[in-house]
Design a protein around this ligand. Structure first.
Ligand code: CTP
Length: 496
């Protein structure tokens, strides 16, 4: 496709998403400066040996979105052995671990590279193992890929864009579609249903109607996929720019019933008669509010999976603890503790690491603790206990608690925010006080007695206080200088 053709297409696109951005990217693309130099080098090497080589998938998609990737995926008509032959001496390192599936891994400088022989694989519908078959043409390889936006290739070294299934058009129109029938694609690899939700969250694209219908029909097929692969997609989904949309798609298609059933279960909590809040909607809002509180340069840099997942899951204990009293009021006693247990169980099933499980569960367990604060005010020891129980999760707990306010009552929201400001202020004050309290002079009582040749008594305390004041005024002096100053003070003291 030429630049002019592409521009014409762009003007015809249904809605003009990021037009100038695309234009700039396109110009960059054709002057090749935004392509990693290693990609161009490798393209020339393959061409010289009579093989085809194209950049493919994520890196091509990301070029159009204006972000350059360091993970470079290539596809080629060379066999794995031929790829090794061409690239072994050029690369800084190489891996043959995926060779059986047609993939050779290479590293060149900061670029991590995978070169895969054109694939025409089909998966056995009842198993997770792909049956490997190689294709002869690039277009065939592209056809078996998950989505049109990932089924584009850039031939190297001449930078010809190959986009047989309308990936660019879908990307600029913001549509997620499969190159062929979605049922076939999901049957090949059911993980692609999770990937669809991940791309909805990450790229803010709309899934096509047939894609959603296929996901809904085939949702249960996700159960043949390993927990680890599902977990990795879930993390990417939660860490996307619009995790709310990704989670909503999981829930509306029924995929969440298999991978994260605690979330659709929150929907049961809507109760018109006793009209307490819809916990599902509330949890999605808290997720987005928590995301908005992440700060790049602070202690919780974006995207922070632990905070976001805790925000999404913080109320999962509610369905099991819901009680109606005689007056029709609803309560969820101990839903924090019950929720923390459910979170642990779910995260273990999804094979999360112990550290992440512990941190998310701790946040869920503590998310209600602050609510006693406004009413009775806390003693210093209660504030200290809050800090100690939160441990390293304190910064996240601040953010989770603040984002857990979704009331439309502005006064109430303000009151809670001020109460939390006050709690944070007291935490800071106590920390400062404790730092002071733990400060010691450079010499202890024993040393003072030895140096001055005195017995225990009030003079030791006086000398100790003198040295403590010097320490506060001037910082640490070191033992030698402290001894000199102590003797000086003693000599000028009336008591010496
Ligand atoms: N792919 C696919 N089906 C899958 C997984 C991957 O068709 N189940 C193809 C897609 O063309 C995808 C490429 O393999 O673009 C690389 O996959 P992956 O690295 O997982 O995703 P990316 O699209 O590169 O995105 P990211 O790097 O952001 O994870």
């Amino acid at each position: 496709m030429t630049l002019v053709q592409w521009l014409l297409l762009r003007f015809e696109a249904p809605h003009g998403r990021v037009f100038w951005h695309d234009l700039r990217t396109m110009v960059n693309l054709f002057d090749s400066s935004s392509i990693h130099p290693a990609a161009l080098d490798l393209g020339k090497l393959f061409e010289a040996r009579g093989f085809e080589l194209s950049l493919v998938g994520g890196p091509v998609r990301d070029l159009f979105l204006g972000s350059a990737a360091l993970d470079l995926d290539f596809t080629t008509n060379a066999t794995p052995d031929e790829t090794l032959d061409v690239a072994r001496d050029w690369a800084d390192a190489h891996w043959e671990i995926g060779r059986e599936f047609g993939t050779i891994g290479l590293r060149k400088g900061d670029a991590m590279i995978e070169v895969t022989t054109y694939r025409a694989e089909a998966y056995d519908p009842d198993s997770r193992k792909p049956m490997v078959a190689f294709a002869r043409k690039l277009e065939d390889d592209l056809f078996r890929r998950d989505f049109t936006i990932n089924a584009m290739a850039l031939r190297l070294p001449n930078l010809e864009l190959v986009d047989p299934y309308g990936g660019i058009q879908d990307l600029s129109a913001g549509i997620l579609r499969t190159p062929g029938k979605p049922e076939d694609s999901f049957s090949d690899d059911p993980l692609r249903m999770m990937r669809a939700a991940r791309f909805v969250s990450r790229l803010d694209v709309d899934p096509s109607a047939d894609l959603v219908a296929a996901m809904t029909d085939m949702a249960e097929r996700i159960r043949i996929i390993s927990a680890e692969r599902v977990r990795d997609e879930l993390i990417k989904l939660i860490n996307g720019d619009n995790p709310r949309r990704g989670v909503e798609l999981l829930v509306s298609t029924g995929l969440a019933d298999s991978v994260l059933p605690e979330i659709p279960a929150l929907k049961l909590e809507t109760d018109a008669q006793h009209h307490h809040k819809d916990v599902y909607e509330h949890s999605l809002t808290v997720l987005m509010q928590a995301k908005d509180l992440e700060t790049d340069d602070g202690p919780v840099p974006a995207p922070d999976f632990t905070l976001r997942f805790a925000a999404l899951m913080h109320d999962v204990g509610k369905p099991a603890t819901r009680k109606l009293d005689g007056t029709g009021a609803v309560s969820f006693r101990h839903h924090d503790v019950v929720g923390a247990k459910l979170v642990k169980k779910r995260m273990r099933a999804l094979r999360f690491d112990n550290e992440t499980i512990k941190n998310v569960a701790r946040l869920v367990e503590l998310h209600m603790r602050f609510y006693g604060y406004g009413e009775s005010g806390w003693t210093d020891s209660a504030v200290r206990r809050y800090v100690r129980d939160a441990g390293e999760q304190l910064e996240r707990l601040h953010r989770l608690t603040r984002s857990d306010v979704t009331t439309r009552n502005k006064k109430k929201a303000q009151r809670l925010a001020h109460a939390y400001d006050d709690l944070e202020r007291r935490i800071d004050e106590l920390a400062e006080q404790e730092e002071l309290d733990s400060m010691r002079p450079d010499l202890d009582g024993q040393q003072i007695m030895r140096i001055l040749g005195i017995d225990p008594g009030p003079m030791v305390g006086k000398a100790y206080n003198y040295l403590l004041n010097v320490r506060l005024d001037e910082g640490s002096l070191g033992e030698e200088e402290a001894e000199r100053r102590l003797k000086e003070w003693w000599a000028s003291s009336d008591d010496s």
